[in-house]
Design a protein around this ligand. Structure first.
Ligand SMILES: Nc1nc2c(ncn2[C@@H]2O[C@H](COP(=O)(O)OP(=O)(O)O)[C@@H](O)[C@H]2O)c(=O)[nH]1
Ligand SMILES: [Mg+2]
Ligand SMILES: [Zn+2]
Length: 356
């Protein structure tokens, strides 16, 4: 990744404003471009203004809450010894509750300007899943573009485009054959220089193929060649940030089998805003829109104005995020208690030492 200035990495006034004026010549911003299990890869300019790639161990953040941990797209300030000293506040963040039983937040990507919601013109296409992505994006205030892949394998794409334009009339839809770079040209207008665009979608929809096509190289391993390697080569199991010839930044994410939503009540409400607005007209303030009298939502479903699927998905996502928030709150209380314990133990150890 050859860079000449920080703007090429997505640096803006928002980040500049966070720098301490006195430390301008002793701390330098680096952008996180990849996170492997125990290592954080970042790129920036050193004190001579020379491009530098750093690989930092993740142990700097060992006892921090997950949100304080750097993720792809983050900006770090690094000192003269090239050690990270500070994680800059994020412009936007997408996260999920990690898969499995443990209730922890997993960060997906930070400082995104636009999200490409990638989905295929085949059985993978699923409105419920799309609404999950839209809720995450709305919560983080990130603009979304739909990218419909595998159009070349589909005799008629209109059912897919109609489903998107009927449900989400304000969002742009681009139809591509991801394996044909000339077809990907139409995506370039959504990726301005210095802008960060992330690709989100199920495994196999063509995210890495899009990255390769737009980069004009084949660095991101795509599905048929996918092998788990231990050599630190990029595979789609890790997230990574790529610079495009046009100056934009593209962030590939791994296909996440389960994208459990948490901390996103506002995002869900804005994704289903028409239901929320109608609910204000129900007779009862706490109407659940099941069989209550004078329910405006039930009326809209009966008249075909709202799809029953959408109401069901709205309920499902709200319930899921409430349940996840409860278990996350429990976990956070536990982490805070553990943090206090460590601090106390360290203090006692120091006092003990100073007495020696
Ligand atoms: N014919 C066709 N194949 C595609 C398209 N997009 C992706 N593929 C193929 O689908 C497979 C999965 O693509 P990949 O980029 O690895 O998906 P990812 O998991 O979303 O990163 C690869 O074999 C791609 O060549 C498309 O638009 N048309
Ligand atoms: Mg991939
Ligand atoms: Zn109601």
């Amino acid at each position: 990744m050859q860079i000449n200035n920080l703007f090429e990495l997505g640096w803006t006034h928002f980040f500049q404003a966070q720098r301490d004026f006195d430390l301008l010549t002793s701390q330098w911003p680096f952008r996180v471009v990849a996170v492997q299990r125990s290592l954080i890869e970042c790129v920036g300019l050193d004190k001579q203004g020379q491009p530098q790639s750093l690989t930092l161990p993740t142990y700097f953040w060992r006892h921090e809450p997950p949100e304080a941990y750097p993720t792809v797209g983050d900006w770090l300030l690094v000192d003269a010894k090239l050690q990270p000293v500070h994680l800059l506040s994020r412009k936007s963040l997408i996260k999920r509750r990690s898969a499995g039983k443990t209730s922890v937040i997993q960060l997906i990507a930070a400082n995104l300007d636009t999200l490409f919601i990638v989905t295929s013109c085949n059985a993978e296409f699923n409105l419920n899943r799309i609404e999950r992505y839209l809720s995450l994006a709305a919560e983080a205030a990130i603009d979304c573009i739909f990218v419909l892949t595998k159009a070349d394998l589909c005799p008629d794409v209109s059912p897919f485009t109609h489903a998107l334009s009927a449900n989400y009339p304000t969002l742009p839809v681009e139809i591509v054959n991801a394996t044909d770079p000339s077809s990907l040209k139409r995506l370039e207008k959504w990726i301005d220089a210095g802008q960060t665009v992330a690709l989100l979608g199920s495994s196999g929809v063509g995210k890495s193929t899009i990255v390769n096509g737009l980069k004009g190289s084949a660095q991101q391993t795509t599905a048929p060649a996918r092998v788990s390697d231990n050599k630190g080569r990029h595979t789609t199991t890790s997230r990574s940030l790529h610079r495009l010839p046009g100056g934009g930044l593209l962030l590939d994410t791994p296909g996440m089998r389960e994208l459990q939503i948490a901390d996103s009540e506002g995002g869900i409400q804005s994704t289903f805003s028409e239901i929320d607005q109608l609910a204000a007209q129900c007779r009862f303030k706490n109407c659940q829109h099941h069989s209550e009298p004078d329910c405006a939502v039930a009326k809209a479903i009966k008249s075909g104005e709202i799809e029953p699927r959408r109401l069901e998905n709205y309920r499902k996502l709200l319930t899921e995020q409430m349940r996840n928030n409860q278990s996350l709150a429990q976990r956070r209380r536990h982490d805070r208690a553990l943090g206090r314990f460590y601090k106390h133990a360290q203090k006692s150890a120091r006092q003990f030492k100073s007495k020696e």
